[in-house]
Design a protein around this ligand. Structure first.
Ligand code: GUN
Length: 297
């Protein structure tokens, strides 16, 4: 039996993209500024190629200028750093996105640190991470920013509620914990971060008012691990074999969706939940960067 309200990430992300498109038209009309986003794609990983194509299409939709540079798998790191330096000083580029993962021989940390924090629309630079932690205005990483936006736009109160995050990655777990911990609107939660080292994960998940799961593991959370009325945000995107589908697989999250639906008051589906929010927030970050370029702040 399904009781849970399904949180429509696809619909909400489209609304955000439309808002960004409208604000972009206004920015262009009033100030002659067109947000510009630069992509660096290294190697020929099909998933990365597909992500970058989706981001390029979103730029087109919003009225942004975008440029993509592709480099071969055996690129030398210095060439990547030189390209970033060029974009760092290009006034038409407001956001720089290096699609991850990078080849083994390239130092990912060094590449991220080469991006100007003012153009770091992924929110991965240590300056932006540090600003988030101490509560200063910063670019927030797109997936966790999207989760907060989903909760706010679904009228789900976080203040004073117990948010349990499962997973401690730099891209999702750590930043979403820090975002929802802030003493600010759309946050002010009591936050617990659990992860794979917890001997009894259910002990933590059962106490959650809002449960955010980002482990990359199918069935990390099942119905017996949550309390009635919980709000569940499923960040996972996993392929499972399915011979009834044309592609031979289907996408599922980290949560047993069918089982947990019977207890949750609201839940994000996979696909169509958190996933589409990531690109919408990338557009929003890039717009904000362009806006900031006018004031010089
Ligand atoms: N690879 C997987 N997710 C992301 C992301 O959010 N940003 C970048 N740059 N690369 C990724």
């Amino acid at each position: 039996m399904q009781n849970a309200k399904i949180i429509d990430g696809k619909g909400i992300s489209l609304t955000i993209r439309e808002e960004v498109r409208d604000m972009t038209a206004e920015l262009r009309a009033k100030h002659g500024v067109i947000p510009g986003l630069a992509f660096l794609l290294v190697g020929d990983n099909p998933a990365s190629q597909s992500y970058v194509r989706s981001k390029e299409r979103a730029c087109e939709f919003c009225g942004f200028h975008s440029t993509t540079v592709t480099m071969p798998e055996n690129v030398v790191e210095a060439d990547i750093l030189a390209r970033i330096d060029t974009w760092n000083i290009d006034p038409d580029i407001h956001g720089i996105l290096v699609q991850l993962p990078l080849p083994e021989h390239v130092d990912e940390d060094r590449v991220i640190e080469a991006i100007s924090p003012r153009k770091d629309v992924d929110g991965f630079h240590p300056v932006n991470v540090g600003k988030l932690v101490i509560g200063q205005e910063a670019f927030l990483p797109c997936t966790p920013a999207g989760i907060q936006e989903l909760l706010v736009r679904s009228d789900i109160e976080t203040a004073g509620r117990h948010v349990v995050v499962v997973g401690r990655s730099n891209i999702v777990g750590k930043p979403i914990a820090n975002i929802l911990l802030q003493k600010a609107a759309g946050a002010n939660a009591i936050v617990t971060v659990a992860h794979s080292a917890a001997p009894d994960l259910a002990r933590f998940t059962r106490d959650a008012d809002i449960l955010i799961v980002a482990t990359g593991r199918v069935n990390t959370v099942t119905a017996d691990m949550v309390k009635d009325g919980v709000v569940v945000v499923d960040v996972g995107i996993n392929r499972v074999e399915d011979s009834t589908r044309e592609k031979g697989y289907r996408l599922v999250g980290d949560v047993d969706f069918e089982g947990v639906c019977s207890r949750a008051s609201a839940i994000t589906p996979v696909p169509g939940g958190v996933g589409p929010m990531t690109i919408a927030m990338l557009m929003k970050n890039t717009y904000r960067s362009a806006l900031r370029s006018i004031s010089g702040r």
